[in-house]
Every structure is written in structure tokens, then in C-alpha cells.
Write a protein that binds this ligand. Structure first.
Ligand SMILES: C[S@@+](CC[C@H](N)C(=O)[O-])C[C@H]1O[C@@H](n2cnc3c(N)ncnc32)[C@H](O)[C@@H]1O
Length: 208
């Protein structure tokens, strides 16, 4: 049954890519399972159906600025740019992936929101912008800690409601220990909610 679902999602992914005019499939970077690079995870993504499910759950508004930290080839950016949000921003520290993401955004049909890609490290990003942060397990606990600390500074400078969707939340405990976030939703693995994401997902909001 799981094999059938995977095969169906693969076909559906190809359909979405064709419909949107983009190319985001395949892995890039370190080999899967090579955890010696725990602080920098290779590129991979989740099925479109799962991404749309997460974005729908987030109930995006036209005031939202969606930031994908470790945007890779830009699948999430392209999906988010199809919603009526204020802006979509992707950050990735791998130049080749940023180029692919930018190219995908240029080709994306049905774009409704302005989108940008920034080549750089998430732990050095300027967090004065952003209301929804998407992370698909992009980095390890040390980087995550620095990222949340910078986000908190950005949120103190310009106070606003901010949420975080964490796919494959291997370091949820890091988020909990920061004391500035509360987990308001969790989709456990292989439940109806997470089935199309293929990973658990946790949703956090900054305490204000
Ligand atoms: C698992 S992929 C997620 C891709 C994308 N968010 C998606 O869901 O389609 C992780 C990405 O994070 C990027 N990355 C890892 N460490 C990073 C860092 N410190 N700053 C910026 N990007 C990073 C990698 O280059 C890779 O593209």
C-alpha cells in the first residue's frame, strides 16, 4: 500500500511540475543517510500534495511573508507564490540550488505573489521580515539555535505574529528549549494529516 501511495505521489509530482512549468525533483548534495554532515542537510523535498496541505493549514493571509529556510530548488517557494501573500523569500547557502530556484520562480505559471531568492546562510539572514517560516529539516541543532536566536532579535525589533512549520522536526526539542516558541500543532508520522508529507510536521508560534 505504501509503495502504491509513493508511486501515485510521484506521478502527481510530475503533473504539478508540468502544470507549474518548474523542475524541482531529485536530490542534491550529500548522500542521504550521510549524517556526518548533520549541520548541513542535502537537498530533497516532499510531495506537492503535502506542501499544499501545510500551506492550507497555515491559512496564509495577504499580509504574510513566507520564508523557506534552506529553499533548495524552490518547490515550496513556487507553491507559496501561488497564494495571495505579501511576499515569498527563499534562502539557501548553495549557489547552484539558488540559481535553480530562481529559474523555477521565473518560469512559474499562476504566480500570485512576488518572490525572491537569497544566497546565504540562514543563520546570517536578516529576520526583520517574515511571518511564516518553513523548514524541511535543513540543518542541525547548533544552526537551528542560532537561527531562532536571530529570529527573536528580528521579532523584537519589528514585533509581529510569526509562525514556523517544521517538516521532519528532528530538533523539536531545540525549539522547545528556546522558551520563545510554543508548539500549537503536531502531525505525527503516518497519520491522515501527514500522510502526503511523508514526514511528521510540527507547527510553532512565537510567544509575544
Ligand atoms: C532538505 S532540503 C529542503 C529544501 C526545501 N525547503 C524544500 O522543502 O523543498 C535542505 C536545504 O537546506 C539548505 N541548507 C542547509 N544548511 C543551510 C544553511 N545553514 N543556510 C541556508 N541553507 C541551508 C541545503 O542546501 C538544502 O537545499
Amino acid at each position: 500500500m505504501a509503495h502504491l501511495l509513493k508511486a501515485a505521489l510521484k506521478i502527481e509530482n510530475a503533473f504539478h511540475e508540468y502544470r507549474m512549468g518548474i523542475s524541482t525533483r531529485g536530490l542534491y548534495g550529500f548522500a542521504p543517510g550521510d549524517w556526518s554532515h548533520e549541520e548541513h542537510i542535502y537537498y530533497g523535498t516532499v510531495p506537492f500534495r503535502g506542501i499544499f496541505r501545510i500551506l492550507d493549514f497555515l491559512d496564509l493571509k495577504n499580509t504574510d511573508v513566507v520564508v523557506d529556510l534552506g529553499c533548495g530548488k524552490g518547490r515550496v517557494l513556487c507553491c507559496a507564490a501561488m497564494y495571495s501573500v505579501q511576499q515569498v523569500i527563499g534562502v539557501d547557502d548553495t549557489r547552484d540550488l539558488c540559481d535553480v530556484a530562481l529559474n523555477n520562480l521565473r518560469r512559474l505559471s499562476r504566480k500570485r505573489a512576488p518572490a525572491a531568492v537569497i544566497h546565504g546562510k540562514a543563520e546570517q539572514f536578516d529576520y526583520s521580515l517574515g511571518t511564516v517560516f518553513y523548514l524541511f529539516h535543513p540543518f542541525g541543532p547548533n544552526t537551528l539555535r542560532s537561527v531562532i536566536s536571530r529570529m527573536s532579535i528580528g521579532l523584537r525589533q519589528i514585533p509581529r505574529l510569526a509562525r514556523l512549520a517544521y517538516v521532519n522536526p528532528r530538533h523539536d526539542s531545540v525549539l522547545k528549549d528556546t522558551g520563545v516558541l510554543e508548539r500549537y500543532e503536531h502531525w505525527a508520522h503516518q497519520t491522515p494529516q501527514s500522510r502526503f508529507v511523508c514526514y511528521p510536521v510540527s507547527f510553532w508560534r512565537f510567544r509575544i
